[in-house]
Ligand binder design. Structure first.
Ligand SMILES: Cc1ncc(COP(=O)(O)O)c(C=O)c1O
Length: 385
C-alpha cells in the first residue's frame, strides 16, 4: 500500500520530544532531560476535593459537551489574573486550550503557510519548532543579545507573520527579558506591524524577583498571549489558554472547534474550582521554594565539576540551565554515551530551527533530587572534559 500523505507530513518530526519523555521514564537513569514539573508539586488533595465538588454539584455540565471557547468562569478568572499583571484581555478574548501547546499550534495554522516567514528566538522551544515546521513556513532568526530580541533590529524580520517570544525563563536558554527591553520590543513590533506571540508558561516560577509585566501589557492589540496551568498545577490535565486581539479571536475559535470541539470540561471546571479562591498564591510559594533549592544545587554542581571552557548563566526562574561548550564539541553524538553512563540531557541542537550548532545542551533541575543533580552533573562533566 502506498499512502498519499500531505506534502508536509515528513516535517512532522517529533522524535526528540518523544525521546525526552521516554528518557524521563527509564529506570535508574538520572534524567536531566525532561521538561516536566516535579510530581511532588502536584496539589493532589486539592484536585481530588475539587473533582468531588464539581461532580457532586454540577455533574451534567462537567460531563456534557461544552462551548468551544471554554468554561466561562475559568475565562473570567484568567482575564482577572492577567489584569493583575497589567494585561487587558476581556473574557471573550480568552480561549481555553489543551495546554498552551495547543495555543501555539492554533497560531501556527491560523497564520502560517508555505513560504510565510516566522520570526523566532535562537535557540527556542523545540516543540514549538515541531509545531510550526509542518506548515511549510520559513523560519527567520530574530537578532538577539543576552537581553532577548534587539528592538532596533526587528525591522529585519518585519515581514514575518509573527514573532514567537518567550520572555520569562526562556526554554531552553533560561533568559529573562528586562522590563526596559520588553517595552522597547513591544513598541518596535507595534510600529513595524509585526504581531507578537508571547508564550508564558514559566512566569510564576521565579526564584529571585518576580518578572516584569508581560509584553502584552504594552500593546495587547498586537500581541497573542499563551498561558498554562501545566507548570503551576498539573501538565496532565492539559489546561492552558490563549488571549487574542478581537480581530483574530474568531479564527482561533473556529480552528479549535474544528480540531477538538473544546477542552475537557471536567478538567476546566476542576482547575477553576482549585484556583478560584486564591489557592495558587500559597501553592506557588511552596513550588518556588522547592525549585529554588534545586536550581541552586545545579548551579553549585556546574561550578564544582564542569571544565572551565563550559559557559552558562544561572537562570532566575523556570526549569533549565543552558550550557555551552567550545565549538566542535558534539553534544548530540555524546548523548548515547551519557545515557550508557546513567545521565540524560537534551542536546542543544534540538532547539534551533535553522543551522543548529551542536556545542550546547539543556539541563532540567526540577524532577531530580539534589543528590541526583550532583551525581548527574559530575558524570556529564567527566564525559565532556
Ligand atoms: C515554552 C513552552 N511553551 C509551551 C509549552 C507547552 O506547555 P503545555 O502545553 O503543557 O501548557 C512548554 C512546555 O514545556 C514550553 O516549555
Amino acid at each position: 500500500m502506498s499512502w498519499k500523505l500531505n506534502c508536509h507530513a515528513d516535517l512532522m518530526e517529533q522524535a526528540m520530544t518523544r525521546k525526552i519523555l521516554a528518557m524521563g521514564a527509564a529506570p535508574g537513569l538520572i534524567s536531566l532531560a525532561g521538561g516536566m514539573p516535579a510530581p511532588e508539586s502536584f496539589p493532589v488533595a486539592q484536585i481530588k476535593e475539587a473533582a468531588g465538588k464539581v461532580l457532586t454539584d454540577t455533574p451534567a455540565a462537567a460531563l456534557q459537551y461544552g462551548v468551544s471557547d471554554g468554561y466561562m468562569p475559568l475565562r473570567e478568572w484568567v482575564s482577572q489574573d492577567l489584569e493583575k499583571r497589567g494585561v487587558h484581555y476581556a473574557p471573550d478574548q480568552i480561549l481555553i486550550t489543551n495546554g498552551s501547546q495547543q495555543a501555539i499550534s492554533l497560531a501556527a495554522w491560523v497564520f502560517l503557510e508555505d513560504g510565510a516567514k516566522l520570526a523566532v528566538e535562537t535557540p527556542t522551544y523545540l516543540a514549538a519548532i515541531s509545531t510550526f515546521r509542518p506548515t511549510g513556513c520559513d523560519f527567520v532568526d530574530m537578532p538577539c543579545d543576552c537581553d532577548g530580541p534587539i528592538p532596533e533590529e526587528l525591522y529585519k524580520v518585519a515581514d514575518a507573520r509573527f514573532a514567537y517570544v518567550i520572555p520569562n525563563f526562556q526554554n531552553p536558554a533560561g533568559l529573562l527579558i528586562s522590563a526596559k527591553r520588553r517595552r522597547a520590543i513591544a513598541e518596535a513590533a507595534s510600529e513595524l506591524g509585526l504581531p507578537i506571540f508571547e508564550d508564558n508558561p514559566y512566569g510564576d516560577l521565579y526564584y529571585d524577583n518576580e518578572p516584569p509585566a508581560p509584553l502584552a501589557a504594552v500593546d495587547p492589540e498586537n500581541t497573542i498571549y499563551g498561558g498554562s496551568f501545566s507548570k503551576v498545577l498539573s501538565p496532565g490535565m492539559r489546561v492552558g489558554y490563549v488571549a487574542c486581539p478581537k480581530p483574530v479571536y474568531k479564527y482561533f475559535l473556529n480552528l479549535k472547534s474544528a480540531i477538538d470541539v473544546h477542552t475537557n470540561m471536567l478538567n476546566q471546571m476542576i482547575v477553576h474550582e482549585v484556583v478560584k479562591d486564591g489557592f495558587l498564591d500559597n501553592h506557588l510559594e511552596s513550588v518556588r521554594s522547592r525549585y529554588k533549592v534545586h536550581r541552586d544545587a545545579m548551579a553549585q554542581a556546574l561550578t564544582k565539576y564542569m571544565p572551565k571552557e563550559a559557559a552558562w548563566q544561572t537562570p532566575s526562574g523556570g526549569m533549565f540551565f543552558w550550557v555551552t561548550f567550545p565549538e566542535g564539541t558534539d553534544c548530540t553524538s555524546l548523548l548515547d554515551e551519557a545515557v550508557k553512563r546513567g545521565v540524560a540531557y537534551v542536546p542543544g541542537e534540538a532547539f534551533y530551527a535553522i543551522d543548529p550548532p551542536t556545542n550546547s545542551l539543556r539541563l532540567s533541575f526540577v524532577t531530580v533530587s539534589v543528590e541526583q543533580i550532583d551525581a548527574g552533573v559530575k558524570m556529564l562533566a567527566e564525559l565532556l572534559s
